[in-house]
Design a protein around this ligand. Sequence first.
Ligand code: GAL
Ligand code: CA
Length: 335
Amino acid sequence: MKQKMKSCCFLLFLEILILLSGCSSNDNNSANTLRIGVALYTQDDTFISSIVQNLEKLAQQNENQNLKINITIMDGKSNQTTQMEQIDQLIRRGCNFLCVNIVDRTAASVLIDKAKEADIPVIFFNRQPVAEDMERWEKAYYVGSKAEEGGKLQGQIVLDAWLNNKNIYDKNNDDTIQYVMLEGEPAHQDTLLRTEYSVKTLTDNDIKVEKLASDSANWSKSQAINKTTEWINQFNNNIEVVFANNDDMALGAIDAFTNAGLDIPLIVGVDAIPSAIDAIKNGTLCGTVKNDAYGMASTMLDLILKLYNDEKIDLNLQDEHYLWLQYEIITIKNA
Ligand code: GAL
Ligand code: CA
């Protein structure tokens, strides 16, 4: 009996040890296990989920007899304090690398200092820390797309569609675009710059624009449905263009017009999530700008593997910290 209790206790002890030892419980050969801790601003975001899915798939493909890749994902639930605690946990659990989709992009300095103290390279992605924070440590990196570029390409889609089909889109025939803007989270670089540069592309091309309304729907389809429904009630059928900072919100706008029984105006998004591609094919979405989820995942993993294997970083590293992905216009022509 005593013996049984003893072995029971020992097993329990072992289990706790294994749980504490790494990013997961099934890696006992720690010499060959690469541990990546991934901290997300929220798990409840279509585009972010697709980056993570790609990362997991690529990690699996890069495993071999000598290398196990172990990924631990933490959901920050849009709370920076929660995310900081998760970063502490990932560091305690012995992760070799941190991939951080930071909740509040102005809060990176503390996080970088933590990583630096533990000497764990930190790769931010999609939510860009301010430049001076990135300067704090040479092993702080950012993988993402240039927000203003996304805005410019979105503006280009609207410009082309408007010039080709003004007779359809200019409902009140005043040679001016009456638009509404569905914005992402306030202060996100993609919200600020996509909003600015999409419209600037039109005005730079001598297109007259009139903003009817602009507000945040926090990247969310359901919030975008509510916002757009409000605007439809407010402006009757006078909305000619809907700019959405991302596809989920663009799809929300399409639903709002459909629910109201109205024709769908010129709507554009960003991301190129699968449901947006479907909407382009069925003619409800005019276009989107591909935000390269696969590219972000593969670039992060490439960087990690180079650093892990002590290889030269022959990736296109800019200003010592930045790896940029390209955006791409998607319309009916190439969807
Ligand atoms: C943007 C993307 C949005 C949302 C956001 C989260 O780049 O277009 O859909 O995922 O990042 O940070
Ligand atoms: Ca008009």
